[in-house]
Structures are given as C-alpha cells and as structure tokens.
Write a protein that binds this ligand. Structure first.
Ligand SMILES: O=c1[nH]cc([C@@H]2O[C@H](COP(=O)(O)O)[C@@H](O)[C@H]2O)c(=O)[nH]1
Ligand SMILES: [Mg+2]
Length: 230
C-alpha cells in the first residue's frame, strides 16, 4: 500500500520553490549586515526562511546585535530588494509543474510569507504570465488573517479556505523548500513535498512526506494527480 494519500488541491510556496529568490535574500541581507561587520550565515537564514517581514527584522536585529531598530532594518532591506528581486529566476521544473496542473484543472493556490509588495517586485517584470495561473494567492506578511508566519500553520489554512469547494487539509498537497514551511504544512494537516536547499541537514527534512532534489523529479501519480505527458 502506498504511504501517500490522494490529493485534489495543491498549494505552492514561492520563495526558493518557484523563484530562486533565496539566493537574492542572502545577498540582500549580507549586504546590510556587512555594514555592521556581521555575517548572514546559512544557519541563521534557515531560522528565518518562511517567517514574515517583521518577524525576520526582529529576529535578525536581536540575533546579530545590530545597532539599529527592526524598522530601520526593514527600511534598509527595501533598497536591496528593489535592486535584486525584479530579476529573480524560476527554479527548475516550476513552470512545467504549474502549467501542467493548470492544464489539468487541478485547483492551485499560492501561499507565500512575502508581502504583496514584495510579490510584485519579484513577479511583475518577468513572471506575470506564470503567476496569473494562480487564481488564489495568500500573502502572509500582508494578510491580517495570517496571524503568525511559518512554522505555524496559519498561512496554509487561510490559503486552503480560498478554494471555493472547501477541501479538507488532507486533500491539499503543499510544495515547500524551507524547514519552517514543511513544519507549517504538517501542522495544518497537509502532506508536503520538500525541495530543500542542498545545505539543509537531512535530519531537518524528516517531517516532509517526500523530499526531492528538484521539482523536475516530482511524480504526480504518487498523490493521485494526473501524470505528465511529456
Ligand atoms: O534569507 C531569508 N529568506 C527568507 C526570509 C523570509 O521568508 C519569506 C519567504 O518565505 P516563503 O518561502 O515561505 O514564502 C520572505 O518573505 C522573508 O520574510 C528571510 O527573512 N530571510
Ligand atoms: Mg520558500
């Protein structure tokens, strides 16, 4: 018997999963903390991936003992993001999977911890057509219904409620790159396909239902979704 349960709806994380914005966050944050002689290590980054903007600012200012306020940190990030995010590239396999599910009329939703403003910076220049395929979008840092960032389940529960036919959590499959995102999806009662950064320690990927090196390796049939035809 298969360990995987059939799903009918799919929710996508964005940063580091559809778009390679994680490398850009690393550059942006390193540029800022370098001004104060600090390092934005992967260990610190992992703790922040999936959190909301204000949570990130509070955490990083405290963790690195920066001599600025969280609001000042947010102001500094804006300049970096405006320079870096418009040229964000797609992750391998993201376009093929999203277009496939759309073509097969599987309901898909976006569940990003980004703000709506940050979403537009990342998408408007090069990726509008692809993201137009998502009829339902949830922006964690902008949506008052998403009270807490990942690893809390709030965002996936709010995102699932947007589907008009009210799927149960177990009918939803989540795609995530981050440890906090996987925890959030599991806490919401959903199965989750994880495509982690290769630097993530294996012991931190164990909560995922499936762990893949790339979205190109995903087999929809495992979860009762229509197979690729190419
Ligand atoms: O190096 C970082 N990556 C990502 C984040 C946070 O994670 C969110 C993206 O999470 P997700 O992939 O779950 O949408 C970003 O909006 C940002 O707040 C961060 O703070 N630092
Ligand atoms: Mg992500």
């Amino acid at each position: 018997m298969s360990n995987y349960k059939k799903v009918t709806h799919v929710l996508f994380d964005m940063d580091g999963l559809i778009l390679n914005t994680e490398d850009l966050y690393t550059v942006a944050f390193q540029n800022i903390v370098s001004r104060y002689g600090k390092d934005y290590t992967f260990d610190l980054k992992q703790k922040l991936m999936g959190s909301q903007g204000h949570e990130t600012a509070n955490f990083i200012v405290r963790a690195l003992e920066l001599p600025i306020t969280p609001d000042e940190f947010i102001t500094e990030t804006k300049e970096q993001f405006e320079a870096l995010f418009p040229d964000a590239a797609l992750m391998p396999g993201a376009r093929r999977l999203i277009e496939h599910l759309h073509r097969k009329e599987i309901p898909i939703g976006l569940a990003t911890s980004s703000s709506e403003e940050s979403y537009h910076l990342k998408v408007d220049k090069h990726h509008q057509e692809l993201f137009a395929l998502f009829p339902y979008k949830t922006f964690g840092s902008s949506d008052p219904n998403v009270k807490r960032g990942k690893p809390h389940p709030d965002i996936f529960l709010v995102a699932a409620e947007k589907f008009p036919d009210n799927p149960k959590p177990e009918q939803c499959l989540v795609f995530e790159d981050a440890v906090n995102g996987v925890k959030a999806a599991r806490a919401a009662g959903m199965q989750v396909v994880m495509v982690p950064d290769p630097r993530v320690d294996k012991s931190l990927t164990e909560e995922a239902t499936v762990v893949l090196k790339s979205l190109t390796d995903f087999e929809p049939k495992l979860f009762g979704l229509p197979p690729f035809e190419d």
